[in-house]
Design a protein around this ligand. Structure first.
Ligand SMILES: Cc1cc2nc3c(=O)[nH]c(=O)nc-3n(C[C@H](O)[C@H](O)[C@H](O)COP(=O)(O)OP(=O)(O)OC[C@H]3O[C@@H](n4cnc5c(N)ncnc54)[C@H](O)[C@@H]3O)c2cc1C
Length: 313
């Protein structure tokens, strides 16, 4: 059943695109449509949309930069929320001695944030260089890399919970781990980052170093959603094993289904060619999981989030 826009959004300060092509808005650039793509213009409107969706039992999903997302070819039902309006893209800085608390909107783009902080000579976020997406998406995924993750830079997180209430979680109120947090489900509307004053040139040089290392190791220019699978935990050593190494050792580099293939540069990246379908990517993920399990007995878990009409968010 297609969601009806009439009552759900009445009186709310939102922009709404019915039957919106959200697949092309992701980094994969493939996949179908959403029944409704809703951009709230105020925090109150965002909270009220979430509350009404819960009341009407209508699915609500949150689209960040689409850098870790695969949308099914059939698209998704209900509401997809996007924080692309000005009130979710603000940046404010409060300096106290050598420490600056930066309040950053959940819809802010990570690339531009990393650059803006370097220009201001604020240190503590350089390790996020080269990771695409938004601040809200990075909190949700606890995105990161060899230099650290999103969680370590956070002082607090502001959220709209699924009942429409708003909450602020201080860094001591939640845990974060490899690509996960213990935060409740909901919409990350803004965060406060704790940053140190530093020489802008030194911050910029560290950003460049992180970015160069990423560019050397990953097929950044191809269409992908980054690492397809999480690095599994080795029960013997309690450390992470590279999923890319396991896929490579199973001989899967270059394996393709339709227009999707396992990158020859980094085996944990599934990249797509024009004309690829979401089904191609999902079939390839399935094959890779089966073949790695057959080869070494490890069950890979997906890192990429897949949206479809079949799931119940
Ligand atoms: C070329 C490339 C390289 C990458 N390299 C890395 C890397 O080095 N390290 C890494 O960790 N990741 C990497 N990724 C994956 C991706 O950049 C991160 O997962 C990023 O944090 C996704 O953010 P997003 O805003 O695009 O989220 P989306 O892809 O839009 O969404 C991902 C999930 O977060 C949720 N979400 C989005 N916004 C919000 C919000 N405001 N509030 C609550 N939930 C929200 C979505 O509902 C979804 O469940 C890479 C991706 C690409 C394409």
């Amino acid at each position: 059943m297609k969601a009806s826009r009439s009552n759900l959004l009445s009186g709310l300060d939102v922009e709404c695109i019915p039957d919106a092509p959200i697949g092309p808005m992701t980094w994969y650039g493939i996949g179908g449509r959403a029944d409704m793509l809703v951009s709230p213009r105020t925090m109150e409107a965002a909270a009220e949309v979430v509350r009404r969706c819960r009341q009407e039992r209508m699915p609500v999903r949150i689209l960040g930069g689409g850098a870790n997302l695969l949308v099914d070819d059939e698209g998704v039902d209900g509401v997809v929320l996007r924080l692309d309006q000005a009130c979710f893209r603000q940046e404010a800085f409060n300096r106290s001695g050598s420490v600056t608390a930066a309040r950053i909107g959940g819809g802010v783009d990570l690339f531009s944030l990393v650059t803006a902080l370097a220009r201001r000579g604020l240190s503590g976020f350089e390790h996020m260089a080269g990771i695409p997406g938004t601040v809200g998406g990075a909190v949700n995924m606890n995105a990161g890399g060899t230099g650290g993750d999103m969680g370590q830079a956070l002082e607090s997180v502001d959220m709209v919970l699924l009942d429409g209430s708003t909450r602020t979680f201080g860094v001591d109120d939640f845990d974060y781990d490899y690509r996960s947090t213990s935060l409740p489900r909901g919409l990350v509307t803004s965060v406060v980052l704790s940053l140190e004053e530093d020489d802008p040139i030194e911050v910029r040089d560290r950003v460049k170093t992180f970015f160069a290392a990423k560019k050397a190791a990953q097929p950044m220019a191809d269409h992908s959603a980054g690492c397809a699978f999480k690095n599994p935990l080795d029960p013997q050593t309690a450390s992470r094993i590279s999923a890319g190494k396991l896929i490579d050792e199973a001989g899967l580099k270059g394996l393709s289904v339709g227009g999707a293939s396992i990158s020859t540069r980094h085996a944990n990246f599934i990249v797509v060619q024009p004309g690829a379908s979401s089904r191609d990517v999902q079939s390839l993920m399935h094959s890779a999981r089966e073949r790695v399990a057959d080869h070494c007995g490890v069950e890979l878990q997906r890192e990429v989030v897949v949206w479809s009409r079949r799931d119940k968010p």
